[in-house]
Design a protein. Structure first.
Length: 169
């Protein structure tokens, strides 16, 4: 079995007091750039993470990025429990967990952080089973169909929200 769980944090120990965004990616998103590029594009997950990290570090104030990708719902729930409460915001592409990831939905509801759900493709223009999100009711917003740019738009929104509202962490 291949370990597809991916987790990275900025390595600057001096930045541990710096605010951060949490980026979560669900099942099969580790295959971006190779998996159905006509649907999901040719941008890899590493390129998306780098773009979101650049957006976060360019915030005022600069934010760190913690990113987690897993093909296992429990790993994402654990990441929400560990990193969610202190996050200025959460960007999540739950992948197929969008439709049935109730424990992930409940974890996001429990931490009650500003959250934006992102999907690379326009899920509403695809198969009907993709139209329902159990995650969306506990998020601040939803971005679909804008490709990899949806991630940086979500991060920009969360940074603006954090700058204009007092967000308790």
């Amino acid at each position: 079995m291949t370990d597809t769980h991916r987790h990275t944090e900025d390595d600057d120990p001096a930045g541990l007091d710096q605010p951060y965004l949490l980026l979560l990616n669900g099942p099969n998103l580790n295959l971006l750039g190779r998996r159905e590029p006509g649907v999901y594009g040719q941008t890899t997950l590493a390129q998306i993470v780098a773009a979101v990290r650049g957006t976060a570090s360019g915030g005022d104030p600069p934010h760190r990025l913690i990113d987690v990708q897993s093909n296992h719902e429990g790993d994402l729930v654990d990441a929400v429990h560990r990193h969610g409460p202190g996050a200025a915001g959460i960007v999540i592409n739950p992948g197929a967990l969008t439709h049935y990831g109730l424990s992930l939905r409940d974890a996001l509801a429990a931490v009650a952080r500003p959250t934006v759900e992102v999907h690379l493709s326009n899920v509403h223009a695809r198969e009907s089973f993709r139209h329902l999100s159990v995650i969306a009711p506990v998020t601040t917003g939803l971005i679909v169909g804008l490709g990899a740019m949806g991630y940086t738009l979500a991060a920009t929104f969360l940074l603006n929200l954090a700058a204009t509202m007092e967000v308790d962490v």
